[in-house]
Design a protein around this ligand. Structure first.
Ligand SMILES: [Zn+2]
Length: 318
């Protein structure tokens, strides 16, 4: 029998799961709504049943472990702790609950660490020992790899680069503090920048006709590509702050590359080009031209499942 693992990505809205072999091939996958399970015990039953169904359809495979990416997850303890975007309150012993239903090794980490592990095992960082993945979505997540090892830190929560202060006294953040990196350099941050610029600038722009709730980073990137003045300026301001946050990260750990992943990164060269320019313009002298800014080597469609699968494959090899 061949070995296979289950990769699971728990999001605030949807949970995606799949079976992944040692080479990073997704054999089958499925999805259900996380929000259908306000009680974590019922979620665990639904998830383990779903994994068993996939295994029943792939009889030549034996399940070797389960890797899970989830918000506010603690790798050391296998828990999800005080996640504001999930219905499960307090400290949830997720790994233990799953092991009681399917007795295989289970590891849990946050989604950005899972993305970094996916990059290292199956993606663009296969030959790298020092790199950082920034996931630019609703917030900004990060996975830091130093000397071939994921940095979890003393608490298990290391790598919260989204909450570095980049503008003292700046924008209010969901964490209760002000001026955090993610309030500027994320899909949501870009939208906030556009909203501020619309009141500051008098230029004609289709952005004025889009209701705030419908404004997306995708739309802004499209308009920036067409040289819309507000969209271009918003993209540049975002790239400049992203550049400063990247400099703060590289003076700390001197990575070979920074991978940009997630919704805002889909703006492609509209974002990457100014980020590279601002980075080198403001970079610390010893770090100049030492870091590659790269798109993820993993497709967005199965990146979450692959990252979580990479996490457990990596642990099983230890
Ligand atoms: Zn914050």
């Amino acid at each position: 029998m061949k070995k296979v693992v289950a990769g699971v990505d728990i999001g605030g809205t949807n949970t995606v799961y799949g079976l992944v072999d040692e080479k990073g091939k997704v054999l089958s996958q499925g999805t259900f709504k996380t929000t259908d399970y306000p009680k974590v015990e019922n979620f665990v039953i639904a998830l383990t049943d779903a994994i068993r169904k996939l295994l029943a359809a792939n009889k030549e495979y034996r399940l070797a472990g389960i890797g899970i990416g989830a918000p506010d997850a603690n790798y050391h303890r296998g828990t999800i702790e005080h996640a504001p975007n999930l219905a499960w309150k307090g400290i949830v012993p997720l790994a233990d609950l799953i092991k009681k239903k399917i007795n295989v090794p289970v590891v849990v980490t946050n989604d950005a660490n899972a993305a970094a592990m996916g990059e290292m095992i199956f993606g663009g960082a296969k030959k790298m020992k020092d790199f950082i993945v920034l996931t630019l979505g609703t917030g900004l997540g990060s996975g830091i790899v130093i000397d071939g090892k994921m940095v979890y830190g003393h608490t298990g929560f290391a790598g919260e680069l989204g909450h570095m202060t980049v503008v003292p006294g700046g924008r209010e953040c969901g964490c209760g503090r002000k001026g955090c990196f993610e309030t500027y350099a994320s899909a949501t941050g870009l939208v906030r920048t556009v909203q501020n610029l619309l009141s500051e600038m008098r230029d004609e722009t289709p952005l004025r006709d889009i209701p705030p709730s419908k404004l997306t980073s995708k739309k802004i990137a499209e308009l920036a590509a067409k040289k819309d003045p507000v969209a271009v300026r918003a993209m540049n301001e975002t790239a400049e702050i992203l550049g400063f946050g990247i400099i703060n990260s590289i003076v700390f750990s001197s990575p070979e590359a920074i991978f940009l992943f997630g919704g805002l990164a889909q703006a492609g060269e509209m974002l990457f080009k100014p980020v590279r320019a601002y980075l080198e313009k403001n970079n610390y002298v010893l770090m100049k031209n030492t870091v590659k800014i790269l798109p993820s080597g993993i497709s967005e469609s199965n990146g979450a499942v692959l990252g979580s699968a990479a996490l457990i494959w990596n642990d099983l090899k230890k």
